[in-house]
Design a protein around this ligand. Structure first.
Ligand SMILES: NC(=O)c1ccc[n+]([C@@H]2O[C@H](COP(=O)([O-])OP(=O)(O)OC[C@H]3O[C@@H](n4cnc5c(N)ncnc54)[C@H](OP(=O)(O)O)[C@@H]3O)[C@@H](O)[C@H]2O)c1
Length: 301
């Protein structure tokens, strides 16, 4: 048997628990892995709460990004072999917070030896989001990008992706994350009341791309700083971004390979701020649900 962290009732943390299952086997187009690390995302708690619907079958296996070692390859699946270290997104809702799971081969890549398993496990969701937010509007080198929510899992990678692309980078986060933001080479601007004035000082000619990970009022406050409102792109609040003249994150096919290469080449450090054993998956979930975790939270089975 194989341990997995599941939701048995939609709602609060009381509806989640560890359980046992038979290790899942891969179908065509899938690969089975022994999980070595899994990234925790705000979307995990949103799924548990039913924000994406409550029609799915329970128990619902948790976790949307994983890295591990291939134990079996589905029929006709090419590009992977037993023993390969890989990273990707779990198939068929099979979860990442588990000793064993199955990944969709088309959404997986081989893990470069230079990338640790915990770092690799942050790339299928958070890393690709950071990559897409920075690249989807195709900013020219030298333009200014502002990352709102710069100290979180996606935000701190977005800062580094933008720097690697030759952009001038500003990170807005709480004061406790000043060092984390500045370590990437970005200009730090503290969040909270008066943030628009502080951004105006840091970017007197305006912001070309606003990569948003917060949404709502903090996003609205910064919209007047844009050289064009079309430069607003949000992973957190596509509705507000659209109302302001921007839009939501668009998934690109190249993102997973591209962010993996940036990490391999030492240009992006996913900054794993906390790791928790699978037995403490609930604590890992709670750390992300606080809304103020530093960098990425990762579960190690
Ligand atoms: N659409 C997609 O495909 C996609 C993919 C990944 C993530 N997302 C979404 O993107 C958002 C961020 O994800 P994440 O993984 O980076 O979450 P996270 O690690 O929890 O980071 C969120 C960050 O927001 C900051 N924050 C909260 N309130 C703020 C405010 N008023 N001003 C400035 N910063 C503030 C927090 O830092 P402080 O402690 O500094 O406040 C925290 O570091 C979530 O809503 C998530 O669901 C969407």
């Amino acid at each position: 048997m194989s341990t997995v962290f599941v939701v048995t009732a939609y709602g609060g943390p009381e509806g989640q628990q560890l359980t046992e299952r038979t290790a899942p086997t891969p179908r065509a187009g899938e690969i089975a892995i022994a999980v070595r690390a899994a990234g925790v995302n705000p979307a995990d708690a949103k799924r548990r709460e039913g924000a994406f619907g409550t029609g799915g079958r329970l128990p619902l296996a948790m976790g949307l990004e994983a890295a591990g070692v291939v134990t079996a390859v589905g029929e006709g699946t090419e590009g992977f072999a037993v023993g390969d270290a890989v990273l990707g997104a779990p198939a068929r809702g099979l979860g990442a917070f588990a000793e064993h799971t199955v990944l969709g081969a088309s959404g997986s890549v081989v893990k470069p030896a230079e990338v640790s398993f915990p770092a690799a496990a942050t790339l299928p969701v958070a890393g690709t989001t950071a990559y897409d937010l920075v690249h989807q509007l195709e900013p020219a080198a030298g333009q200014t990008v502002l990352v709102l929510g710069a100290g979180g899992g996606v935000g701190q990678m977005a800062l580094q992706v933008a720097a690697a692309h030759g952009l001038t980078v500003i990170g807005v986060a709480s004061d406790s994350k000043r060092a984390l933001v500045e370590a990437t080479g970005a200009t730090f601007v503290p969040s909270g009341p008066g943030v628009a004035d502080r951004v105006r000082e840091a970017a007197p000619t305006g912001v070309d791309v606003l990569a948003d990970l917060v949404g709502g009022e903090p996003l609205r406050e910064l919209a007047p700083m844009m050289t064009s409102p079309a430069g607003i792109v949000s992973a957190a609040d596509a509705e507000t971004a659209a109302a302001l003249g921007g839009g939501g994150r668009e998934r690109s096919e190249e993102a997973l390979g591209a962010i993996t290469s940036l990490v391999r080449d030492g240009l992006v450090d996913p900054h794993v701020g906390q790791t928790h054993p699978l037995a403490k998956a609930a604590e890992a979930m709670a750390a992300v649900e606080s809304g103020h975790s530093r960098g990425k939270v990762v579960i190690i089975p």
